[in-house]
Design a protein around this ligand. Structure first.
Ligand SMILES: [Mn+2]
Length: 313
């Protein structure tokens, strides 16, 4: 459906419950929160499903909108959720509407799907929806949408960042988004546990092929020694690739369930998805992953061998 069709759908309904995705990030929380706030501005009742996995960083943004336990919604919609298996833990039921930007959106909401895969963040789609519903976003919505847009683009650094992304951010700044506070909070502040964990990861970094392959290993023991939780583990897969001269970064992380999860990031010279497919995983040419029942050292060694075997001649 189009943005205006989606706006008409929302205008015709009431008593909304908005779903965010499992392991919620800034885009799903910020987009859902802003839409919730805008629906309330229109006189509607709207709440967010209390996603049990919201991390400390994003808790303050979701807090004013979390549905009370006895809330009975009439209309359930999902924001930034690609498929039903990404519905938040503890939720059972259907969603009538999907607002999303994942190219892989499964179509779980049928024709009531507003999916714009060319957008870097779902926040940009919600910004358009708000424009259609209420005009300019208010200050609260601008803050929430800035959280969405900035986090899904790694503070406007990732390859998904377009001129449109910056235009959306400019609109949000005009609407009063507190970018100074938000940028400091989201991109220039980390927990002590995260700093300690990064220190251990950098210390343990191993290099192959004159530093063109870099391998980071993260064990449960390191996590425990750093006092790190899942909230401290954003973007760990990007650390190894920061070394000058890197072409392939491999990150292997030990999981609680006895498996190891690996992520492979490349400059495109080696097909990460083909490498990970050999271990039952997959992904894209420049970013892929796999989960294997083995230990960190064994998986790291096997991946280095697989990458070497695929090295361009
Ligand atoms: Mn997103």
């Amino acid at each position: 459906m189009t943005v205006s069709e989606c706006a008409a759908f929302l205008r015709g309904r009431d008593c909304f419950l908005i779903l965010t995705h499992q392991r919620p990030d800034g885009d799903t929380v910020g987009s859902a929160g802003a839409l919730c706030h805008c629906l309330r501005r229109l006189g509607k009742t709207a709440w967010l499903y209390p996603n049990p996995e919201i991390t400390e960083t994003y808790a303050e943004f979701a807090a004013p909108y979390l549905a009370p336990a006895d809330y009975v919604p009439e209309t359930v919609l999902a924001v930034d959720v690609a498929a039903e298996n990404m519905f938040p833990r503890g939720f059972s039921g259907k969603a009538e509407l999907s607002v999303d930007h994942h190219p892989s959106n499964s179509g779980f909401a049928g024709e009531n799907t507003l999916c714009l895969p060319e957008k870097a963040s779902c926040g940009e789609i919600v910004l358009q929806l708000i424009a259609e519903l209420a005009g300019a976003p208010c200050r609260e919505e601008a803050d929430l949408l800035y959280v969405a847009v900035s986090t899904d683009t790694g503070c406007f650094l990732y390859g998904n960042t377009e001129a449109d992304t910056h235009l959306a951010a400019a609109e949000l700044i005009d609407a009063g988004a507190d970018v100074k506070r938000l940028n400091k909070l989201l991109f220039r502040t980390v927990s002590m546990a995260r700093l300690k964990l990064e220190g251990m990861i950098y210390t343990g970094l191993t290099q192959y092929r004159e530093g063109q392959i870099n391998v980071a290993k993260i064990t449960l023991d390191m996590m425990a020694r750093a006092g790190a939780t899942e909230d401290d583990c954003d973007d760990l897969a990007n650390l190894a690739g920061k070394v000058r001269g890197n072409r392939v970064a491999i990150t292997v992380r030990e999981q609680e369930n006895g498996t190891c999860r690996a992520s492979v990031r490349t400059d495109g010279s080696v097909d990460a998805s083909a490498v990970c497919a050999r271990f039952g995983g997959g992904g894209h040419k420049m970013a892929a992953g796999c989960t294997v029942e083995t230990d960190v050292e064994t998986l790291a060694r096997a991946l280095v061998e697989a990458v070497s075997a695929a090295w361009p001649t």
